[in-house]
Structure formats: structure tokens, C-alpha cells
Ligand binder design. Structure first.
Ligand SMILES: [Zn+2]
Length: 406
């Protein structure tokens, strides 16, 4: 069997031509890509990545006969290459042979490069659907989206799962399936994991590169958070995608930005039981600034250092009503979600501009975060039992939020 060639094995002038062909492929100029890759692959048939990209360009130009001929030639050189297996699986699906496609994709999956993992999962999804295994197919399309963030796979998932799909085009902002408070937790959870991933590879990554460096181009951290928080992933991905958030780093750089993540919140709260656990969680975020008597959230306020952190009145076990930055709030939520109090209970009331206020409870007995929005009606009796003066606190919080039309 001939040795498989990689890009680095090729002479510099061939590499230069390949650079142009890859760029044409990336820009969907498929005719140009087909010409470029054909010239290289005819001279170097063992350059499998080129063959595979040529196959994709040919399929994108609807020339499946040429694509299949290229695959057969490459299979004689590198039959076990996972990219060739993926190409042969596409060919099998075209021919209506779901079993063959599934066998090829199953073999390729553990060895395929991360950028193509979503494509392999999508083949498995199509094969499952063709075999009548609808639930498997729906799950696999969702996993394909998480691995490769192609909207078509998310749409297929929604179709099979019976979920409405709103194409997140430039004019459509899909509503959030979860509260504004939970989203602050989500952003902080993803950011913390991206920082860990980036620094694990290279401790010297500068801050402005850390999100991109930590991201592997998938939505795996967003997925992990959604499963942990019990949020519907398909609806969450639609909402995020409509705000430019596909892979994990885009969730932070695009969706969080549009979601006012660098903005402010009103927060009030109390600690029931011993203080020490909650104080330990809040410690890195503690502010010494006693909040003014009637804190207000000003929609036109410039971001200010003044509000960074959270003030805790230890003597009264209270978090008096105050303005804080949403990142500090997100860090508090992430910290108590990661380490819910065993003896104490933390209660928080949170208000954002243009969002319903929400109540957050954490602990005791390591009870996880409970987040519940409060509508304009009277406080439900079960919540009043958890927080006896909730109605009064809520009224004070609402007084600090800009009213409709103000
Ligand atoms: Zn990314």
C-alpha cells in the first residue's frame, strides 16, 4: 500500500497551488477548487486530504460520478483512512445502502479529525432515519450540530424531534428558552472552561486570545451546561445561533455580547443558616462599597468600575439591594452551582432591564440552583414560604428598574 502523503510532504510550489484551492473551497468557489485539487491529486494521488476535499467540491457541484471515481481510486491507496470511509459512506447513502453507510461511519468515527466529526455523525443520523430509528436519528443530528455547528443538522434534529425550527437568519431573533439569570451562569461556566482549556495547552496565551484558543470549534461546553441546567438544547442552540453563537467561543463573543452580558443587574438577597460557606463562595467578588439607599438601574449608564462585585452585610446576613455587573453575578451563580451550600441557603432576587425579575435559591443540603422568574402577579405561596418578605423585596427591586417607556 502506498504511503499517504500530507501537505508537508509536497513541494513548495504545489503547496502554494493547494493554498489557493483550499481558499476557493472555503469560499464555495467549487469550480475553481475542483480545477486546483484535480491538478494536485492527479500528480499526487496519495495526498488523501486533497482527494477528500476534491470529493467534497465535486459533490457540492453535483458531479457525484466524478466524486465516486476519485473515492474508488483513493480507497485503493488508503482503504482505512477515515476521510475515505466518510466519502464512501456518503456514496453508500446516495445509493440507498444505509447499512453500509452506517458501518463505514461507525468505523471512521473514533479516528476522524475533529473538524469532520459532525459530518460522520450526520451520516449515522441519516442511516438511522433510513432504518426507521427516528429517536436515534434525532439524537445523532443534535450531536452532529454540537460537533460541527451546521444549522442544517439542527434543523433535521428539530424536524425529527417535533420541535419548531426557526431559521436563525439575520432578521430573526429566536426567543430564549431560559431565563436571563440562567444565561449569566451559562456564560460564566463556558468562559471558565474555555480559559482552563486554553491555559492547559499554553499557559502564556494572552487574555484577548484565550477564548479562541480554548475553543475547539464545537458547542461541547454549551451542551454540557445545558444538560446540567436542564435547558432544552435544540431551542438554546437556535436562540444562540440567531445571535451569532455557534461554537463555544462565539457564544461568548457574539451571543453574550448581544445579550447584554457586559451590562448591569439589580440584586438583593439573604443567607439562611451559617454564613461561612456562602462567604467563601462570594469572597473573590466581595465589594466594600455600601450600596446607596435606593439603587436604580439606569438604561443609559456607561459601564463603570464602581459596581464591580457584590456587597454583603454580614451582621444582618443580607445582600442589600444593589447594582452589580452581570459578570460578577454570573460568577456568583457559577460558584454556588459548582459548590451548593450544605448547611446554608442562599436566596437571591435579580432584575435586569427588559427582563422579568427572577428568584434564585441554592442549598441547603447541596440542593442545586433553582431559578424562577416572577411575573407581575402576586408572589406564589410556595415562593413566599421560601422567602417570607419576598413581596416587599420584589417591590423594592421593581422600583429600581426602569419602567416601561421610561
Ligand atoms: Zn469557537
Amino acid at each position: 500500500m502506498a504511503r499517504v502523503l500530507t501537505y508537508d510532504d509536497l513541494p513548495p510550489d504545489v503547496q502554494a497551488n493547494l493554498d489557493l484551492a483550499y481558499r476557493a473551497f472555503g469560499r464555495r468557489r467549487y469550480d475553481e477548487a475542483v480545477r486546483g485539487f484535480t491538478a494536485v491529486v492527479d500528480a499526487y494521488p496519495a495526498y488523501i486530504h486533497g482527494v477528500f476535499t476534491l470529493v467534497r467540491a465535486l459533490r457540492a457541484s453535483d458531479d457525484r460520478a466524478s466524486a465516486n471515481a476519485r473515492l474508488s481510486a483513493a480507497a485503493a491507496i488508503a482503504p482505512d483512512d477515515p476521510r475515505i470511509e466518510l466519502g464512501l459512506a456518503w456514496k453508500a447513502l446516495d445509493a440507498g445502502d444505509a447499512r453500509d453507510a452506517e458501518a463505514l461511519a461507525t468505523r471512521a468515527l473514533p479516528r476522524i479529525e475533529p473538524a469532520l466529526r459532525g459530518n460522520v455523525l450526520a451520516v449515522l443520523a441519516r442511516a438511522a432515519e433510513a432504518s426507521g430509528r427516528t429517536e436515534d436519528a434525532a439524537r445523532l443530528f443534535l450531536e452532529a450540530y454540537e460537533a460541527g455547528t451546521m444549522l442544517g443538522w439542527l434543523e433535521e434534529h428539530c424536524r425529527l424531534a417535533g420541535i419548531e425550527y426557526l431559521d436563525p437568519g439575520p432578521d430573526i431573533i429566536v426567543p430564549w428558552p431560559t431565563t436571563a439569570v440562567a444565561r449569566r451562569w451559562m456564560y460564566e461556566a463556558i468562559e471558565a472552561s474555555l480559559v482552563v482549556a486554553a491555559r492547559a495547552n499554553d499557559p502564556t496565551v494572552p487574555d484577548e486570545r484565550v477564548l479562541i484558543t480554548g475553543c475547539d470549534g464545537t458547542a461541547r461546553l454549551t451542551s454540557a451546561w445545558a444538560q446540567r441546567a436542564g435547558v432544552d438544547r435544540a431551542r438554546l442552540y437556535q436562540a444562540l445561533a440567531s445571535r451569532g453563537g455557534y461554537c463555544d467561543c462565539e457564544v461568548l463573543m457574539n451571543a453574550a455580547e448581544r445579550d447584554g452580558h457586559d451590562g448591569f443587574a439589580l440584586v438583593a438577597g439573604a443567607i439562611d443558616g451559617p454564613l461561612d460557606e456562602v462567604v467563601a463562595v462570594l469572597e473573590p467578588l466581595r465589594s466594600d462599597d455600601v450600596p446607596p439607599g435606593r439603587p436604580r438601574l439606569d438604561p443609559d449608564a456607561e459601564p463603570s468600575e464602581h459596581y464591580l462585585g457584590i456587597y454583603l452585610d454580614e451582621a444582618h446576613r443580607q445582600i442589600p439591594l444593589q447594582v452589580t455587573d452581570s459578570a460578577s453575578l454570573g460568577r456568583v451563580l457559577r460558584a454556588v452551582a459548582d459548590r451548593p451550600p450544605t448547611r446554608a441557603r442562599l436566596r437571591l432576587l435579580v432584575g435586569f432591564i427588559d427582563e422579568a425579575p427572577a428568584m434564585v435559591l441554592a442549598g441547603p443540603d447541596e440542593a442545586p440552583l433553582r431559578i424562577q422568574e416572577l411575573d407581575d402577579g402576586p408572589v406564589p405561596s410556595d415562593l413566599a414560604a421560601a422567602w417570607p418578605d419576598l413581596a416587599a423585596q420584589l417591590a423594592a427591586l421593581r422600583a429600581g428598574l426602569p419602567g416601561p417607556g421610561s
